[in-house]
Ligand binder design. Sequence first.
Ligand code: NAP
Length: 414
Amino acid sequence: MAKKEIFELGEKPTLGEVPKKMHAFLVRQDRFGKPIDSWQREIIDVPKLGPKDVLVYVMATGINYNNVWAALGYPVDVIADRQKKGEPEDFHAGGSDASGIVWTVGEQAEGFKIGDEVVVHSGWWEPEDPWVLSGKDPMLAPSVRIWGYQTNYGSYCQFAKAQSHQLKKKPKHLSWEEAACYMLCASTAYRQLMGWSPHTVEEGDIVLVWGAAGGLGALALQIVSALGAKPIAVISDESKRQFCMEKGAIGAINRNDFDHWGVLPATDAPEYKAWVSGARSFGKAIWEIVGERKNPKIVFEHPGEATLPTSCFICDLGGMVVICAGTSGYNVTLDLRYHWMQQKRLQGSHLANDEQAEAVNELIIAKRVDPCLSKTYSFDEIGHAHQLMHDNKHPYGNMACLVNALSMGEGRTG
Ligand SMILES: NC(=O)c1ccc[n+]([C@@H]2O[C@H](COP(=O)([O-])OP(=O)(O)OC[C@H]3O[C@@H](n4cnc5c(N)ncnc54)[C@H](OP(=O)(O)O)[C@@H]3O)[C@@H](O)[C@H]2O)c1
């Protein structure tokens, strides 16, 4: 235990010493709503560690869409959900992406030692879950949770509590804020693209990437490109085109050039014809970029309701639509005739396991994928950054906020 009860941000106790209290950004149930109001800075106790846990002195945090949902209290009240499972806290101290320094370790924590510089991936599961112990994919374990969304004491805390398997080496060439911004989106994108054999990205494949200038999309473009395949970006604004081309897209389609989005009309309704015509034109836009009548083997999805009918329609014979969210809504429709006759796959995907997080971290360390840091904000702007994301007004790529790092650009050691 440190001699002082609490330290200012950036002030360091002696390595391994832990104060009683810390600064953190929290959501409480009585302020669910606009992220800018919902996220507030407070002082809370530093959490106790379990035997396989580590405490990370957080230098910077990434900002992710999941904590926009947490602020809204929708579609899940994460606080009530945890209380049902027996956790006492009446707040959510979130944050699912961190760079920092290992400060203390539980007696059974493995792989990293006090003082190591790390990034944290957000796959969390009960260490004693029989599924996990049997060696199967922990992302399919009954106990799996997203760290800093479904668990408390994430990266918006001065000291974050994580499990030791979540730690990955911090890339030396990155500053704290660059290192903090990518892991959740990068590992999610990697699992979508490489986790669903035999539908994995191969050299020369056409891959359609929705929301390509967003956090997930910008990383997906680069991963596809690093794997030797050809990503096509979808954007809603011409100002995003250049950014996507710089991240490896072979072309970009502006979705505002089409108007057939949303729930599929009944297949016997007159509107269905107009929908098919819109979806066909969108498919033609893909062929124009490819230079031949070739459809995407993989469609990288997250908008859901607005776009999934089209994704399923234009996906190649035997191809896969892989989806990790319902950014535009969950009420999803598709014309099954194309689905079964052309033997397509619709695959849900969620975050990533340790191996997938490691694999994408190696691409970052090798400088084959850039974290796509868009803008860095201060600790006190955590609510503001979520509000920008909620309003789709955030800068392209991934945002970060400083936590214990005092200024931008610190932390590069190689
Ligand atoms: N399950 C998981 O493990 C996991 C992990 C990470 C993220 N996610 C989810 O994935 C989603 C995207 O995350 P992100 O970090 O990339 O968010 P982001 O940076 O806000 O990007 C989202 C992109 O979606 C596009 N978009 C918004 N509305 C759309 C619509 N109606 N139709 C088509 N595209 C639309 C926007 O691009 P344009 O306007 O340019 O088209 C925007 O850039 C979020 O819902 C997030 O919660 C899930």
